[in-house]
Structure formats: C-alpha cells, structure tokens
Write a protein of this length. Structure first.
Length: 235
C-alpha cells in the first residue's frame, strides 16, 4: 500500500519528500499524545494548544498563506480552465482565508477590541467569531469530521475524468486518516461517558485537528498546482 502511494502520489516529487509529507501528521499526533500522556511534559503539551499559543497561531498562518496561495492559483487558472474548476479553487481558497480570520477572532485575539453586546449574547465564547455562535458551536466536531471524510471522497475521485483536476492526491491519505480519527473521537466523547481526563485530552486535540486541516489544505493546493503545471494548464 505504501509503495503504491509513494509511486503514484505526485510522481514529480522526490521520494524522501513524499515520505515526509505522508508521515508528518502521524508523527505530530503521536508527539502531542506523548506530551499529554507523559506527566512531566503535560503542562507544556496543554500550553501548546491553548488559545493564542503556538498551535493556534501556526494554524492561522497556514490557513492564511494557503488561502492567498490558492487565490493566486485561481487567477492563473481563470486564463485556461473551465469555470467550475476555477470557481472550486476560488471558493476553497476564500474559505481558507475566512477560517484563518476566525482563528484569530478577526483580530480580536491581537487587538482585544470589545465584542458588540448583541453578538456577544449569541456567541458561546463571547467573541467576534462565526464558528462559536451558539447554533454552530455544537456542530464544530461534525464539521471537522466532514472535512476529513470529504478528503477521502476527493481521493477516491482523483482519477475520474471529470474530477482529475480537483481530486485529492493520494499522498495526503494519512492527513485525512488522522483528521477523521481525531474528529471521530471528539464526536464520540459527546455520546459516550469515559474518564474525564481522557475526555479532556481528546477535546484538546481539536487544535491539532485544525492544524492538520490547515496543512492538508495548503498541501492540496500546492500539489494540485504541480499537477496542473505538468498538464500544461498553468504557466
């Protein structure tokens, strides 16, 4: 299976780079699990995933960079490609920028401005964010799971003639496996009663899941640009 992935996933990439891309999400999840499980390192592991700390800030940067990268790619594609393909990359990229701004509460995390009272009353955390609105807060885990499952669908459709130019490279399989695994656990603890410490640890992994979503989104756009350039679609 791995040999097939390394052979067929983005053939123009060096094998060592393919291995790094494939193994990174697995190693990241294992490393964070070690930090949570090993008592002397637990406080550091929790600090990493707290609001406005390294994981969240890195997630913001990757989402923002990926969105800008994708918008630039969309403009290039608009000169050559069918409208539905350009629209797909455009919407996907703009969505990444919106998520990036949500990560920093539209600047509130940095500038600490007050949330309007009416908005604060509707927001689970009293912030300017959309994803923390009361009617969306309970669906966050489901949305993370939906993204991971969508990645699987994209991988399945990658060789279909109509979806070849937007299908997901199979080298990203490990990213979506980790996203689905973590998101499924997060959904599961809402319905199954388990040890409170373990439950809290699973919920804290949501920040890692979001980082994996940001990373897989950027890698998707980067790998697709390489593929499209090989097909002589992008200059």
């Amino acid at each position: 299976m791995l040999s097939y992935i390394f052979k067929t996933g983005s053939p123009t990439l060096p094998k060592n780079l393919k291995i790094i891309i494939f193994c990174f999400p697995i190693l990241l999840v294992c490393f964070q699990a070690f930090l949570f499980a090993y008592p002397p390192a637990r406080d550091f592991g929790i600090w990493l995933v707290l609001e406005n700390n390294p994981i969240e800030l890195l997630t913001f940067i990757v989402f923002l960079f990926g969105g800008i990268y994708g918008i630039r790619l969309s403009f290039k594609l608009s000169k050559f490609e069918k409208r539905y393909i350009v629209l797909f990359y455009s919407f996907f990229s703009v969505f990444l920028v919106l998520i990036a701004m949500e990560e920093i509460s539209w600047g509130q995390s940095f500038f600490h401005f007050e949330t309007p009272e009416k908005w604060k009353a509707m927001n689970y955390q009293g912030e300017t964010t959309l994803h923390n609105l009361n009617f969306m807060q309970s669906n966050r885990d489901n949305l993370l799971l939906f993204f991971g499952l969508s990645g699987f669908v994209g991988i399945i459709l990658r060789n279909h003639s109509k979806f070849q130019k937007i299908g997901v490279p199979i080298i990203l399989l490990s990213w979506f496996l980790m996203i689905v695994f973590l998101a499924f656990l997060d959904v599961l603890v809402d319905f199954v009663k388990i040890n409170k410490q373990l439950s809290n640890g699973i919920e804290r992994f949501a920040e890692i899941t979001e980082l994996l979503i940001a990373g897989s989104s950027f890698l998707y756009l980067w790998l697709k640009q390489i593929q499209l350039k090989k097909l002589s679609v992008v200059d």
